[in-house]
Ligand binder design. Structure first.
Ligand code: RP5
Length: 163
């Protein structure tokens, strides 16, 4: 099966956050690729990646970046594919800078914005899965199984105290 989801990030230093996206896609059996593409350090590569993504068969792009996090928005500007932005927690401003850099897109170029850090990284993968699940039974079943297991885990462990 061809690659369905592209996971890009502004720097290798973002991997400790975006690895949760990749791990979740793997859990769901979703074909993906991952790569460092920087809006600022490799702008031409970003344009090429975004412009060719749909023709290469990608259906969703997940873009994570921190600080002046222009990667998701600029990626969205160059592709019709849905772009899910993950704000990476920065050391100076705790990721609020990343969040605000991604969320306030001008009307006409939507970029979905997830939570800062790990939760956003996991949810970006789940959101991509939900999009693909609309027309892919295998992914629909995997997503439903993931959700059912998550629910069951909470129900099976109601005691909040550490074991
Ligand atoms: C952003 O700048 C990256 O997404 C990263 O979160 C941040 C810092 O990058 P490095 O200096 O660690 O490469 O473009």
């Amino acid at each position: 099966m061809s690659v369905r989801v592209g996971v890009i990030m502004g720097s290798k230093s973002d991997w400790s956050t975006l690895c949760h996206t990749v791990e979740t896609l793997e859990k769901l059996g979703i074909e993906h690729e991952t790569k460092v593409v920087s809006a600022h350090r490799t702008p031409d590569l970003l344009f090429e990646y975004a412009e060719t993504a749909a023709d290469r068969g990608l259906e969703v792009i997940i873009a994570g970046a921190g600080g002046a996090a222009h990667l998701p928005g600029m990626c969205a500007a160059k592709t019709r594919l849905p772009v899910l932005g993950v704000p990476v927690k920065s050391s100076t401003l705790s990721g609020v800078d990343s969040l605000l850099s991604i969320v306030q897109m001008p009307a006409g170029i939507p970029t979905a914005t997830l939570a800062i850090g790990r939760a956003g990284a996991i949810n970006a993968a789940l959101l991509a899965a939900a999009m693909l699940a609309n027309h892919d039974e295998r992914i629909r079943e995997a997503l439903e199984a993931f959700r059912a297991e998550q629910t069951q885990q909470v129900l099976d462990n109601p005691d909040p105290r550490p074991a």
